[in-house]
Design a protein around this ligand. Structure first.
Ligand code: AMP
Length: 299
C-alpha cells in the first residue's frame, strides 16, 4: 500500500551535554521516511536548497525512499539548531532558518496521488492542508505539529484536524493545544477537534493511543545509551505508519501493534546522531527488540 510523507528535509545542529554535531542531515520527513522504509515502500514530498548534498539524496534512495517528490529550489536548505540540557525530554530551539521552506508549495507527483497512507509531518498547517488536498483517497492520514503552529497558526491547524484520521503529539503540545493539564483529558479534547485517534508521546515515559473503543498505553523501550533524541517523534511515526501501510490495515489491533513498532523504531533513532542509527537498521533487529518489549510489558 503506497505510503507518502510530506515534510521537511534539514541540516540540523545539535548540542547535548556530551557532544555537538553541526549541519547533520535531519528534518521531519527524513526521519519518518527512513524509519518507515524498514516496513514499506515510502515516497517523500519536500523541498531542499541547491546546497543539499547529492550524497544525502542518494542515502535516502539507498534506503528505498522514492525521492521524486523532493523539489530542489533556489536558495539554502532549511536549517534548525537545538540543545538538550541534561533532560532528554527538554529541548531548546536555538535557531530556525526557514530558507527554501519559506516558500514551500508542496507538489505531490501524479504517481503518488493515489497514496493510501499519508503522514503530514511537522510543517505549517497551510502546507499540510495543501498536500492533503492533492492526495485522492487516503485510507488513513496522520499529522504531526509543534508549539510554533499551535501558537501562531491555530485556526489553520483546526482546519487540518477536521480532515485527518489521527494526530501525534507530545505531552507539552497536547497541553498547549487544549489547555488541559491532565493528558487523558487533553487527549479527549483533541478528539473533539476532529481526528478519530490521538497518539500521545511522553518521551522516555512511553506513549498511548486513544480513540473510539481504543485506549492502549505502552512504556518506551528502555534505551541505556541515548545519544541524540532528535527525530524520535518522526521515526516513531515512521515505524507506526510504515507498519500500517505494510499490513494494509488500520483497525484497533493493527494500531496497537503499530504503537509498538513506532516505539521500537524511535528507540534505535536516539542511539546515534542524525539518521546514523536508522540507516543500517534491519527489520530483523526491529523484530528482535519488538519481542523484547513484549516480554517487558506482558505478565
Ligand atoms: P523530532 O525530534 O522528531 O521532533 O523532529 C526533529 C526534526 O524536526 C529535526 O530534524 C528538525 O530539522 C525538524 N524541525 C525543527 N523545527 C521544525 C519546524 N519548524 N518545521 C518542520 N520541521 C522542523
Amino acid at each position: 500500500m503506497p505510503l507518502l510523507v510530506v515534510g521537511t528535509l534539514a541540516y540540523d545542529t545539535i548540542e547535548t551535554v556530551y557532544a555537538r554535531r553541526a549541519e547533520v542531515l535531519g528534518g521531519s520527513a527524513t526521519y519518518f521516511a527512513i524509519g518507515a522504509s524498514r516496513f514499506a515502500p515510502v515516497s517523500l514530498v519536500g523541498v531542499v536548497g541547491e546546497d543539499f548534498k547529492p550524497g544525502d539524496l542518494e542515502l535516502l534512495k539507498r534506503c528505498g525512499v522514492d525521492t521524486r517528490g523532493v523539489e530542489v529550489a533556489k536558495g539554502r536548505t532549511f536549517r534548525w539548531a537545538g540543545r538538550y540540557e541534561g533532560d532528554w525530554n527538554k529541548r531548546v530551539t536555538l535557531e530556525t532558518q526557514l530558507n527554501v521552506l519559506a516558500d514551500f508549495d508542496p507538489k505531490v507527483p501524479d504517481a503518488q496521488r493515489a497514496a493510501r497512507y499519508l503522514f503530514l509531518a511537522n510543517a505549517s498547517p497551510e502546507v499540510q492542508l495543501k498536500a492533503l488536498l492533492q492526495v485522492e483517497a487516503p485510507a488513513f492520514t496522520m499529522i504531526d505539529t509543534m508549539n510554533l503552529w499551535i501558537e501562531h497558526a491555530r485556526d489553520a491547524l483546526y482546519a487540518v484536524l477536521r480532515k485527518v484520521d489521527a494526530i501525534v503529539l507530545n505531552d507539552e503540545e497536547a497541553r498547549m493545544l487544549t489547555g488541559e493539564k491532565n493528558l487523558i483529558k487533553a487527549a479527549a479534547a483533541v478528539l473533539g477537534m476532529g481526528p478519530r485517534y490521538v497518539v500521545l508521546k511522553k518521551g522516555e515515559h512511553g506513549a498511548f493511543i486513544m480513540g473510539g473503543d481504543l485506549h492502549f498505553a505502552i512504556p518506551a523501550y528502555p534505551v541505556e545509551n541515548v545519544v541524540d533524541p532528535t527525530g524520535a517523534g518522526d521515526s516513531f511515526a515512521g515505524g507506526f505508519m510504515g507498519y500500517l501501510a505494510a499490513q494494509k490495515r488500520h483497525d484497533p489491533q493493527a494500531l496497537r501493534k503499530a504503537m509498538l513498532y513506532g516505539t521500537i523504531t524511535a528507540s534505535f533513532c536516539v542511539q546515534a546522531f542524525s539518521v546514523e542509527a536508522l540507516t543500517p537498521l534491519t527489520r530483523t533487529q526491529i523484530d528482535e527488540r519488538y519481542d523484547e518489549l513484549l516480554q517487558i510489558v506482558t505478565v
